[in-house]
Design a protein around this ligand. Structure first.
Ligand code: NAP
Length: 349
């Protein structure tokens, strides 16, 4: 990896994943221009302002909104690299997919990349996409050789009405590939993370990952959980993958960045070994029963039918060649629950 210190813009710097990206960049000696929607929101940025005190003059904040044209220009000025993570991550309670998800993801990507086009110092952009831009339903595996998902996969099922978050990530990533092709000064490397888990650097609870762990530990699923297979990745590993993508000259294209494939009851049983007093889901609910109840948990019955009990195989060899190593998921889950208990985000038992 090129170790020369440089200036990097991180969009959505106060988010769960981005905060770890910022931390790795500062530790590696870089200067960071972090964008946030509102510098005055102490509840969102406190952990970063505290982090900044350990790295005088190396973490600077800029206000920017994905939906405001031109708003990333100042933050990107003077940067050699841009790590674009900002995008709404909403899985439940979506009332207006177009305005809550698609517009900010797509127009936001355009706004950020237009600012990159206007900034001659930028050499590389790293985009945080997702495995949901590769597939939404495990049934989509039938389109691929040996039913294994890799970087060649693009989801074909998403729409404004079906899994709009996944659709927003797909259209945003496609737009980024289109915009990089239209010029030849900067290049694009994409990280496609699986479901990100692990400790947060903040005490924010608005992210889907923190809500997920809260529901595992607070008894919401104590009756049992469905056999839903998903690809997981530790936040510390996937955030570091963004640095490898930014600074390894040979990095190119997309990277399926996920380690172990797990089901919810498997996670519950793993956590139970260390947190025996907590009402974690250890039993597997029958597919028919969960499919019936799916809307209560914010999932459509169609999504349940296309995923529960459908196994999943991924090929993460490209990310490993980039230098990503995956820690065991048990360590990820235990560290996250411990962090949430310490921060008072889940009541101690
Ligand atoms: P998060 O904590 O909710 O972070 C989302 C970030 O996007 C926040 O910093 C948020 O800003 C910013 N954002 C949302 N709408 C915005 C707008 N209109 N203008 C400016 N910024 C806006 O979620 P995360 O898990 O860290 O997600 C970060 C990225 O990883 C996203 O692109 C997400 O799609 C992707 N990803 C996440 C997972 C996962 O499992 N967590 C998996 C695959 C990919 P505020 O701080 O102002 O709220």
């Amino acid at each position: 990896m090129n170790q020369n210190s440089t200036t990097v813009c991180v969009t959505g710097a106060a988010g769960y994943l981005a905060s770890w990206v910022v931390k790795h960049l500062l530790e590696a000696g870089h200067t960071v221009h972090g964008t946030v929607r509102d510098k005055g929101r102490a509840d969102k940025v406190k952990h970063l302002t505290e982090m900044a005190t350990s790295y005088p003059d190396r973490l600077k904040f800029f206000e920017a909104d994905l939906l405001k044209e031109g708003s990333f220009k100042d933050a990107i000025a003077g940067c050699t690299h841009v790590i674009h993570t900002a995008s709404p991550f909403l899985l439940q309670g979506i009332k207006d997919g177009e305005n809550q998800l698609i517009k900010p993801a797509l127009e936001g990507t355009r706004n950020v990349l237009n600012a990159v086009n206007e900034t001659p110092s930028v050499q590389r952009v790293v985009l945080t996409s997702s495995v949901v831009a590769m597939w939404i339903d495990n049934t989509e595996k039938s389109h691929y050789p040996q039913e294994i998902f890799d970087e060649t996969a693009w989801n074909s099922n998403g729409s404004l009405d079906y899994q709009p978050y996944s659709y927003s990530k797909t259209v945003a990533e496609k737009e980024a590939w289109k915009m990089v092709e239209a010029q030849d000064r900067w290049d694009l490397v994409v990280i496609n993370p699986g479901f990100v888990l692990g400790p947060s650097l903040s005490t924010r609870m608005d992210g889907a990952t923190m809500q997920f762990m809260k529901q595992l530990a607070d008894g919401t699923l104590s009756m049992g959980a469905p056999e839903f297979f998903f690809a997981t990745v530790d936040v510390r590993d996937v955030s570091y993958a963004h640095l490898l993508a930014a600074f390894k000259p040979e990095a190119e294209g997309r990277h399926l960045t996920a380690g172990e494939v797990m089901t919810l009851p498997e996670m519950g049983r793993m956590l139970k070994e260390d947190f025996a007093r907590y009402p974690l889901p250890t039993r597997q609910l029958p597919k028919w029963l969960f499919t019936l109840m799916a809307p209560v948990f914010g999932m459509s019955r169609e999504n349940a039918r296309r995923n529960i009990g459908i196994s999943l195989k991924i090929d993460n060899s490209k990310s490993q060649s980039l230098g990503v190593s995956y820690r065991p998921i048990k360590e990820t889950l235990v560290d996250q629950l411990n962090q949430m208990l310490e921060a008072g985000l889940v009541p101690k038992k």
